[in-house]
Design a protein. Structure first.
Lengths: 233, 189
């Protein structure tokens, strides 16, 4: 069958004929490449033309490769011109993005896995906390958002004790379930980290005395999943 | 060019946009030879082609922040090169207004009769490739040497994709005529 090729090239070339050079160069998409392959298998005249194209292809590469390369002068001229350009101010957004990606790239896979696991734990703890707050008993009567002066005076309770926090480094072989159990046991939540491998924990019981808190930290320090625990403001 | 290299070229451009001189050196090292050869085939003067690549890469340094990644970096480089080469040829033509400028576009290679004496089909083919018009040389180089797709060639030259296909077809037909005149029959057309 001679459908794809034209015996008289004075006629308009077929679509397949037009695509042959790109097929030879391997730059056709898969669908067109398949179409050309099918036509080549059917049409010997087209296959002859394809052989000619492959010669042209090879000849063009040889011709271009024989052109040599530019001298070092071109590069010197370019970089002299670049040096003469005014200094460029890096864009802030890209700078931040680069720094963030650089930070994550600098973490080891183990640290990354740990951070991701602990972030997930922190999210779960926070979700639990929010859920608890939402499900708390509340008056079922209708309430407007207006201010009621009958309740508490609008003052800050200065007597409230500051939250108790600690910086904790978990043991390298500690598993996520161990950390989760630990957080449950000490009624703690992760509120920051991991800076230098340390996570910032806050304890739900903020009314402990200094001695009680020191005692808690000591127990925490002795946990298998913890390699270091120190108090922090 | 592999997808990995294309992605890596994009990263280099992003770094160049931040003023990273080393990224510029890497990009230059990776592409300058092909850019030079493409430019040389258009302007046919080594000195001018060398000046051209300095200008092309300086443009990259200045415009990197505007590169949107719609095409491969190599395609962008060839498009800039083509624009600069044609501007240079126009300037020369305007300045000289004589046959010398035309000579820069017309081929200076041996005529087909001389070529046929060489008896080497490959050599004759290369010589006839050199005798093609600038328009035909350009498209042959872009497709065969620079391995650009129909879409990419259309973007570089600024013509519709169908015109890209037919232009290459007629460039090949012209090449066949030149070879035939040189006594070389290849069975097509």
């Amino acid at each position: 069958m001679m459908a794809a090729s034209k015996k008289m090239v004075e006629q308009e070339p077929s679509e397949i004929e037009l695509l042959l050079p790109w097929h030879a160069a391997g730059t056709l998409n898969a669908r067109d490449a398949r179409k050309v392959d099918d036509a080549l298998a059917r049409d010997p005249e087209l296959a002859r033309q394809y052989a000619v194209i492959r010669e042209e292809y090879a000849g063009t590469i040889e011709l271009n490769e024989s052109l040599g390369a530019p001298s070092a002068r071109a590069m010197q001229k370019l970089f002299a011109a670049i040096d003469a350009e005014p200094a460029r101010k890096p864009s802030i957004s890209l700078g931040i993005a680069t720094r963030i990606s650089g930070f994550f790239a600098s973490l080891s896979p183990r640290t990354l896995a740990w951070s991701a696991g602990l972030a997930a734990v922190a999210l779960l703890v926070q979700a639990g906390f929010i859920g608890t707050v939402l499900l708390e008993d509340r008056p079922s009567t209708f309430q407007t958002a207006s201010l009621s002066m009958n309740d508490q005076p609008i003052t800050r309770d200065l007597s409230a004790s500051p939250p108790l926090r600690a910086l904790v480094r978990f043991a390298p072989d500690a598993r996520v379930d161990q950390v989760t159990a630990l957080l449950d046991k000490y009624q703690a939540s992760i509120i920051g980290g991991a800076k230098a491998g340390m996570f910032r924990l806050q304890f739900a019981n903020g009314s402990m005395s200094k001695d009680e808190f020191a005692n808690l930290l000591s127990r925490l320090q002795n946990e298998k999943a913890v390699s270091l625990a120190v108090a922090t403001p | 060019m592999s997808a990995t290299q294309a992605a890596s070229d994009d990263t280099l451009i992003a770094r160049i946009a931040q003023g990273d001189r080393l990224a510029m050196q890497v990009l230059y090292g990776r592409h300058h030879v092909r850019v030079f050869r493409f430019g040389l085939r258009l302007v046919r003067d080594e000195q001018i082609a060398e000046d051209l690549i300095s200008e092309v890469f300086l443009d990259v340094w200045r415009q990197a922040g505007k590169f949107e990644g719609r095409s491969a970096v190599s395609t962008w480089l060839l498009a800039i090169t083509r624009f600069k080469a044609l501007s240079t040829l126009r300037r020369r033509k305007d300045a000289e207004l004589d046959d010398e400028a035309a000579g820069a576009i017309e081929d200076t290679a041996d005529d087909p009769e001389v070529t046929v004496q060489k008896k080497d089909t490959g050599d004759a083919l290369r010589r006839c490739l050199g005798q093609l018009s600038a328009e035909h040389r350009e498209i042959v180089d872009l497709v065969y040497y620079h391995e650009k797709s129909v879409e990419e060639v259309a973007g570089i030259i600024g013509i519709p994709e169908n015109t890209v296909k037919t232009r290459l077809f007629y460039a090949r037909k012209k090449l066949a005529e030149l070879l035939k005149a040189a006594g070389i029959e290849r069975g097509w057309p």
